[in-house]
Design a protein around this ligand. Structure first.
Ligand code: G3I
Length: 369
């Protein structure tokens, strides 16, 4: 009897000792746990947040500093100041560094599509500009940036191609070209297609077809990113599971690349992350300005945990789960899509305290399945 008791105590002790205590360590055999980082965090201006990022996350992606408007403001001028510091930060932390994003219709510098007279450039000129943009960035970070969102958000929610300037000038071939230039620039780098609202069936089907077409055309495609900008009512866990199932048929890695879950009411059934979407502020749309009610917080906790359980269930095909921002204070969801609202969509609160579900996530990730 006494012997059994001792064995049980030893067993419990071993279990506790083996349990990993941060998100980074608890998920290490499942998927990379990533976070989007901002300039203050990786330039040493916010050491507390930098320390949390190092402790809790195994991968980082830049929230803004590698977007073309910032890194390539003029045709013959790149500004690598922040991107260099971002990469150095990830290396110091031994994190897997992701580049975001090479070709995106948004946050583009005005010169990219026009000639000296302000007219649209010819297809060959745009191809050369894309090639130069992609090649210069990828050569600089060769062997240091592990993978890139090569093309971001090229599809509409109905599955048609977004009529961006890239599409207008080059047709859908701009996507194939971007993957080709990226592979030529750094043959070792992983290359991803990334988009939001992938739980919309038509969009997901179109993304699946796009990746198949790219592969049939001989492109290297290592993964698909489903951004994962969510709200309490959209998408459901079942809808997101269907997305994961569809994407997993491709045989490429799946990444949840920009995970956050808004706690605020969803105006006009808005979904997705189209940065230009905007709705007028009303107090009805901002009901928790004096504090989040317990039941709503609970609903948020449950949905986050339900999604996290789903990611763990699919951890054989999910390679990375990246939160879009560390704390509520800095989240892009403040003011989007309604200016004047404060949201609480990520894992750390405005004072950088972990929300209670962080402990729960660590516990869940530590369990054997
Ligand atoms: O840096 C300027 C600053 O100098 C200026 O004073 C300030 C005034 O508004 O703007 C600052 O730039 C802002 C930038 O974020 C940095 O804070 C831009 O206006 C603002 O548009 C930009 O928003 C970013 C948005 O993409 C547009 O690029 C968000 O932070 C970023 O979270 C968001 O991320 C995107 C992903 O890249 C792609 N998927 C959707 C996701 C959410 O929109």
């Amino acid at each position: 009897m006494k012997y059994r008791f001792l064995v049980a105590i030893c067993y419990l002790f071993t279990l506790t000792a083996c349990a990993k205590t941060t998100l980074r360590t608890a998920t290490e055999n499942k998927f990379l746990m990533g976070v989007a980082v901002n300039v203050n965090q990786f330039t040493g201006q916010n050491p507390k947040e930098a320390a949390i990022i190092n402790e809790q996350f195994s991968s980082i992606v830049p929230e803004n500093c590698m977007k073309s408007g910032l890194i390539h403001p003029e045709e013959n001028r790149f500004d690598f100041t922040d991107a260099d510091r971002f990469v150095a930060f990830g290396e110091k932390n031994k994190q897997v560094i992701i580049g975001h994003c090479l070709i995106w219709h948004s946050q583009l510098p005005s010169w990219f599509f026009v000639d000296s007279l302000g007219k649209d450039v010819a297809p060959d000129v745009l191809k050369e500009r894309m090639r130069m943009h992609i090649t210069t960035i990828m050569h600089r970070y060769k062997g240091r940036i592990h993978g890139y969102d090569v093309v971001n958000e090229a599809l509409n929610d109905d599955g048609s191609f977004r009529t961006s300037k890239f599409f207008q000038i080059l047709g859908k071939d701009f996507i194939r070209l971007a993957f080709q230039y990226a592979h030529e620039a750094d043959p070792e780098a992983e290359l991803y297609y990334n988009d939001y609202s992938m739980e919309k069936p038509a969009k997901c089907d179109a993304a699946v077809q796009l990746v198949k077409d790219l592969k049939a055309a001989g492109c290297r495609v290592d993964g698909v990113g489903t951004q994962g900008h969510m709200s309490l009512d959209n998408p459901s866990i079942e809808e997101f599971e269907t997305t994961l199932q569809k994407l997993s048929t491709l045989g490429v890695k799946i990444m949840v690349t920009e995970w956050d879950l808004s706690i605020l009411p969803n105006p006009y059934k808005h979904s997705g992350a189209n940065v230009s979407d905007r709705f007028k502020y009303t107090t009805e749309l901002d009901p928790y300005r004096n504090g989040i009610p317990k039941n709503i917080q609970q609903e948020w906790n449950q949905k986050m945990m339900g999604m996290f359980a789903l990611f763990i269930k699919y951890s054989d095909v999910i390679d990375r789960v990246t939160l879009w921002g560390l704390n509520d204070r800095d989240s892009w969801k403040n003011n989007f899509p309604v200016k004047g609202r404060k949201d609480s969509p990520v894992l750390f609160d405005r004072q950088n305290n972990p929300k209670p579900i962080v402990e729960e996530m660590i516990r869940m990730a530590n369990q054997k399945y």
